[in-house]
Design a protein around this ligand. Structure first.
Ligand code: HEM
Length: 345
């Protein structure tokens, strides 16, 4: 991979953009003209995605890597509680160090290097200028808690679930770029509790089936699903804590600015069983694309038009689209000739 990491911002002047290559590999989530929640889980990791796609590796690193890590640093400086780890999660912290360092150094050796001499590890992260030796398993040899240390060096949010009593509990997390939910609020909650606000899904049995599936997730066989929402401006931190900074933007969309201001936000959510702790790592990697970038693929513009037109009102409200959904539909309508798009993205 020959990635040019970009200098860009996800706040204030919002200089974030996608290169032609990033648009080409964008994980457009709609394979049909209609959308409803489903248990859309498939295999993830080596061999499950085309070369160059966001599915090629377990953890995707792209042109936004440095800028996203910097945005995370800004959030943590303002609000250190976006990182949470309950005391019984220390084995899981080391599991995460291993998962992330192994994965990045294997998949992107030109950027990340890891040498292991027994428990003496040497980690080099070239894009962020980090060179660290430490003793695996000895917290005192890292500058901060192990999971905080390594999760500051990957893109996307990570929630680590402890498995007990046939349920999953959100007992650790690095969450700085979430779509309007709060780790501090959900910490310690169970699978069905934190999914409480989601409309429609419980009624059609989605959470029962998903939980049953996840409780049997095997080490070495990660899975993934896609989720999506929309957001105004390329803002990563749309947390409830910072609602005053981004909430009012929802009312700022006009027919003139809609193509630039409205972004489709797709979350690549992957789940990995962890070997020591038997916990599950849940990653939520967000990809943002403006409508003007998206319609450079006319098929995507047509598809999104149809999905938004038929979207269940409960989902539209829950995803926070009500203020501007019609403006987006009107923007996309002239681009949709009604042709049959078949199945697939
Ligand atoms: C939404 C967490 C796995 C389906 C959410 C929300 C959270 C969350 C915090 C937002 C709820 C709110 O509004 O407060 C997690 C965690 C998971 C997980 C930690 C790891 C085990 C799954 C799985 C499914 C699923 C496996 C499979 C069907 C959904 C759906 C939504 C949702 C459909 C609504 C999303 C939207 O419309 O934007 N999840 N989830 N989740 N989750 Fe999960």
């Amino acid at each position: 991979m020959n990635t040019q990491f970009k200098q860009e911002t996800f706040r204030d002047d919002y200089t974030y953009t996608n290169s032609a290559e990033a648009i080409r590999r964008f994980p457009f989530p709609f394979a049909e003209d209609e959308y409803m929640y489903s248990v859309n889980i498939e295999m993830h990791g080596e061999g499950t995605g085309a070369a160059g796609s966001v599915f090629e590796h377990g953890i995707d690193v792209d042109e936004h890597y440095i800028a996203e890590c910097e945005d995370r640093r800004i959030v943590l400086d303002e609000d250190p509680d976006r990182y949470t780890a309950l005391p019984h999660m220390m084995d899981a912290q080391w599991d995460m160090v291993e998962l992330m360092m192994d994965s990045l150094s294997k998949d992107y050796p030109e950027h990340f290097q890891l040498q292991k001499d027994g428990d003496n590890w040497h980690w080099v992260n070239k894009p962020l200028g980090i060179d660290q030796t430490f003793v695996f398993g000895d917290e005192a040899t890292l500058p901060m808690q192990p999971f905080e240390y390594i999760s500051r060096q990957v893109q996307g949010d990570w929630i680590i679930l402890d498995q007990r009593d046939d349920d999953l509990f959100a007992d650790m997390g690095m969450v700085t770029s979430q779509a309007d939910w709060s780790m501090a609020f959900d910490a310690g909650m169970s699978f069905k509790e934190w999914h409480g606000p989601v409309p429609q899904a419980n009624e059609i049995g989605i959470f029962d089936r998903a939980l049953k599936y996840l409780l049997h997730l095997q080490y070495g066989s990660p899975v993934r699903r896609l989720n999506w929402t929309m957001t105004i401006n390329p803002r990563l931190d749309t947390s409830p804590e910072n609602y005053p900074f981004w909430g009012p933007d929802n009312a700022s969309v006009t027919p003139e600015n809609v193509g630039d201001k409205v972004y489709l936000r797709v979350e690549l959510q992957a789940l990995f069983r962890l070997p020591r702790s038997n916990a599950i790592a849940f990653s939520v990697r967000g990809y943002l694309i403006s409508l003007n970038e998206l319609i450079t693929y006319p098929r995507w513009g047509k598809r999104l038009h149809r999905v938004l037109k038929q979207l269940h009102p409960d989902l539209s409200e829950y995803k926070g689209l009500d203020n501007y959904r019609q403006t987006v539909i009107d923007f996309l309508a002239p681009l949709d000739d009604g042709a049959d798009l078949g199945l697939g993205t």
